[in-house]
Design a protein around this ligand. Structure first.
Ligand code: MG
Length: 382
């Protein structure tokens, strides 16, 4: 029996994690559930899963939940989130917080020697050097939940990591695959939110449409698997059946395939090194018919190139890129920035960024703050 805490339990990954727990009551119990503001759904989750702790951002919401569920201890705010991350009662902390907000709880969970199932890629984009150093110092494993990284992780099992030649991350290409810059000038958030294959939250779906998501995943892979940026390739694979691959020195390539359903990588992280059976329809390759591949269009989708550039530059460039991207994705979702403004602003923020120490939490938080401010300023001038 494993005890699971879920940071970000009301989001897409959080709710799917709870579905797996619901289907496997003999294997898992819920230790803590946290969310930012979806009080109604959190209340339903507390009612069903009876966690020891629950955390919600607002003090007022926490008060109401504490009254409704006297058996659950309810905390609020950032301190509450850190408390849940550090709690020694959890065997695995699933971090599915959205954005940079996931970094600090990951850091505290690692310091408290908790195994992390990481769905929050921004943690590694913004603070990869610090996070991997902290994990190593505390002897803690970070299990990937992101489907590509889970595929790489699965394709590494039983092989010598020193013999890896390169990683090949697959990308669906998102809803605008095949379009040119000119055609993307006036696209709206609603169009970008229609992902062809994956059912995900709004932030990651917009990032998929700009290919920033793939850029971030290159950074995530760089840290998780300790691979240099130039040994991580990206190939567009619109069917999303091969979730990523590992090439070895003898040119053998190992891949992990499956229906595009986040429950597969989530359950691999929860069960690792075991596999958890489920009742999902099996992959039918005759129905899929064919698997196709193409090179990413880095000129139209400049965010991927910018992410690689920031990763090569090192320091806190990826922190700045991530921060500015959060500002711009928020603005695009609100309708106050165009699709092509996103890379435009990001490039300017990177150009102006004064890099700091990527192994120091305060310097990462400072880089994040500055890049947000400079993106907001550029946004107001659009
Ligand atoms: Mg992914």
């Amino acid at each position: 029996m494993k005890s699971i805490s879920i940071l970000g339990s009301t989001g897409s990954i959080g709710t799917q994690t709870l579905e797996i727990i619901r289907d496997n009551p003999d294997k898992y119990s819920v230790r803590a559930l946290t969310c930012a503001k979806n009080e109604k759904l959190l209340a339903e989750q507390i009612k069903e899963f009876r966690p020891v702790f629950a955390v919600i951002k607002s003090e007022e919401s926490a008060g109401r939940l504490a009254e409704a569920f006297p058996e659950t201890t309810v905390f609020s705010g950032r301190e509450g989130l850190i408390r849940a991350a550090e709690d020694q009662g959890a065997d695995i902390v699933v971090n599915s917080v959205v954005g940079m907000a996931g970094l600090v709880p990951t850091y505290h969970a690692l310091k408290a020697k908790r195994t992390i199932a990481l769905a929050n890629k921004e943690t590694l984009v913004a603070g990869g050097a610090l996070i991997m150093k902290t994990a190593a110092e505390n002897g803690v494993s970070i299990l990937p939940v992101d489907s590509e990284h889970s595929a790489v992780f699965q394709s590494l099992q039983g092989f010598d990591r020193k013999q890896v030649r390169r990683l090949i991350l697959t990308a669906s290409g998102g809803p605008f695959r095949g379009k040119k810059r000119e055609e993307l000038k006036d696209v709206k958030a609603a169009q970008a939110l229609k992902h062809p294959n994956w059912d995900m939250g709004a932030k990651v779906t917009i990032d998929s449409s700009t290919l920033m998501n793939k850029g971030f995943e290159v950074a995530e892979a760089r840290w998780l698997f300790d691979m240099p940026e130039d040994k991580i390739d990206v190939v567009v694979h619109p069917e999303s059946i091969i979730h990523s691959m590992v090439e070895y020195e003898d040119r053998a390539v190992m891949a992990q395939l499956g229906t595009p359903d986040m429950k597969i990588p989530i359950s691999y992280a929860l069960g690792y090194p075991q596999r958890i059976p489920n009742t999902m329809d099996p992959l039918d390759l005759t129905k899929v018919g064919r698997l196709t591949f193409e090179a990413p269009d880095m000129e139209t989708f400049r965010c991927l190139a910018l992410a690689r550039q920031a990763l090569r530059a090192g320091g806190t460039y990826c922190t700045a890129l991530n921060a500015a991207n959060e500002v711009m994705v928020g603005a695009f979702l609100r309708g106050s920035a165009g699709f092509l403004d996103i890379p435009e602003v990001l490039e300017k923020v990177l150009d102006a960024h004064k890099s700091g120490d990527p192994q120091d939490l305060d310097s990462i938080l400072e880089a994040d703050r500055q890049a947000r401010a400079s993106a907001e300023k550029l946004l107001s001038e659009l």
